[in-house]
Design a protein around this ligand. Structure first.
Ligand code: ZN
Length: 214
């Protein structure tokens, strides 16, 4: 189910896909906060639904505002501070990962909202895996060697591991970190993949939000 209006599918079908996805989660479709992802390290704190330009991470403390991220190979990362009642979503491809957008998002939670790293839980969703995510040498060189493997003269990047390291650097305990093992490129039956399918690849949506307090 493609959830992007910008890859050539009919708007009617995309709207229906989004409706089914959100219905399954019990989330009203008019409560989404959508970042216009540009592979930046820009983080915005939002208080309402809507579209937010030029940013790749959102935070909110407002219940019933659902932060979304659109992905096909880039890593969707979700953060939740159960004590301060803050959620964040982060879009981290190799550019965002290199710019440490995830670590910066946690720093924002600590500095602006008073979160403690030990109270933050994190989930790194399905994304391009090191099994398939070939990058050029120029990209590989931007990352610490522990995140790059070399096979048959080619370089493969592990963006999940690189983002996991950012969580640990920010002080998030390993027991609070969950990393989904699936690779979007080779799990063809489950995921859209930009690397596999090109510009017309479908995009998947992932969301996080705080439910209304009783
Ligand atoms: Zn793979």
């Amino acid at each position: 189910m493609n959830t992007s209006f910008s890859v050539g599918d009919s708007a009617e079908n995309v709207a229906e896909n989004r409706r089914r996805f959100l219905d399954a989660l019990g989330v009203p479709s008019d409560r989404l906060a959508i970042p216009q992802q540009r592979h930046t390290a820009v983080i915005r704190n939002v208080k309402a639904e809507g579209t937010y330009e030029q940013c790749d991470a959102l935070t909110t403390t407002v219940p019933n505002v659902f932060l979304s991220v659109s992905i096909a190979d880039c890593a969707p990362v979700f953060l939740f501070d159960a004590m301060k009642k803050i959620v964040a979503c982060v879009h981290a491809g190799w550019r965002g990962t290199e710019q440490r957008i995830l670590q910066k998002t946690i720093r924002t939670m600590l500095q602006e909202f008073g979160s403690k790293p030990g109270d933050v839980s994190a989930f790194i969703g399905p994304s391009a895996g090191q099994c398939c995510y070939e990058v050029g040498e120029d990209v590989a060189q931007r990352f610490d060697a522990e995140f790059v493997s070399r096979r048959n003269g080619k370089f493969y990047l592990d963006i999940k591991k690189a983002n996991e390291e950012q969580l640990r650097n920010a002080g998030v305990p390993g027991t609070n970190i969950e990393v989904h093992e699936d690779c979007t490129i080779c799990r063809t039956e489950l995921y859209h993949s930009y690397r596999r399918d090109g510009d017309k690849s479908g995009r998947m949506m992932a969301i996080i939000g705080l439910s209304q307090q009783d």
